[in-house]
Design a protein around this ligand. Structure first.
Ligand code: CUA
Length: 153
């Protein structure tokens, strides 16, 4: 009788374990990396903070600047960015149309921008230089042209 009890217990535990793993996988697979903040893709231009794309100094936060980026086929707004070296920057980005990528070449900054969602990433730019921002998600005929320039000064 003991064996039967243990067998039942074992199978029960296994089912619960698999259910937890399954639920976690489902949630991760169906949620974009930073899906906490949503935005209406049709009203990006009228939605804070995307009303003013660019670099903005902020106070009272854990970061010094917010870099607001609006992607659309086939450009980033703004297309030229200048960031003071050593500053901690929160990148806040979204797209007005299809899925775009936001990769700062030569760094580990690499986000997927999905319509309806705000992608965020906090980073510190430690080295002077010019970086190329590229779209690394195929977004249409102008995909390979879609880029911006970031200068750390
Ligand atoms: Cu935008 Cu590829």
């Amino acid at each position: 009788r003991y064996e039967k009890w243990w067998l039942t217990f074992g199978i029960g535990a296994l089912i619960i374990f698999l259910a937890i793993v399954g639920i976690q996988a489902f949630h991760q697979g169906h949620q974009p990396p930073s899906a906490k903040v949503k935005v209406d893709p049709e009203r990006v231009d009228q939605t804070e903070p995307f009303t003013k794309p660019g670099l903005h100094k902020v106070t009272g936060k854990d970061w010094d600047y917010e870099l607001v980026i609006v992607a659309s086929a086939f450009m980033f707004n703004p297309g030229e960015i200048e960031i003071p070296r050593g500053s901690k920057v929160k990148i806040i980005a979204t797209t007005k149309d299809v899925v775009h990528g936001f990769e700062v070449a030569g760094t580990n900054i690499n986000m997927m921008l999905e319509p309806g969602y705000v992608s965020e990433y906090i980073t510190t730019f430690k080295k002077n230089g010019e970086y190329l921002i590229v779209c690394n998600e195929y977004c249409g005929t102008g995909h390979h042209m879609m880029s911006a320039r970031l200068k750390v000064v």
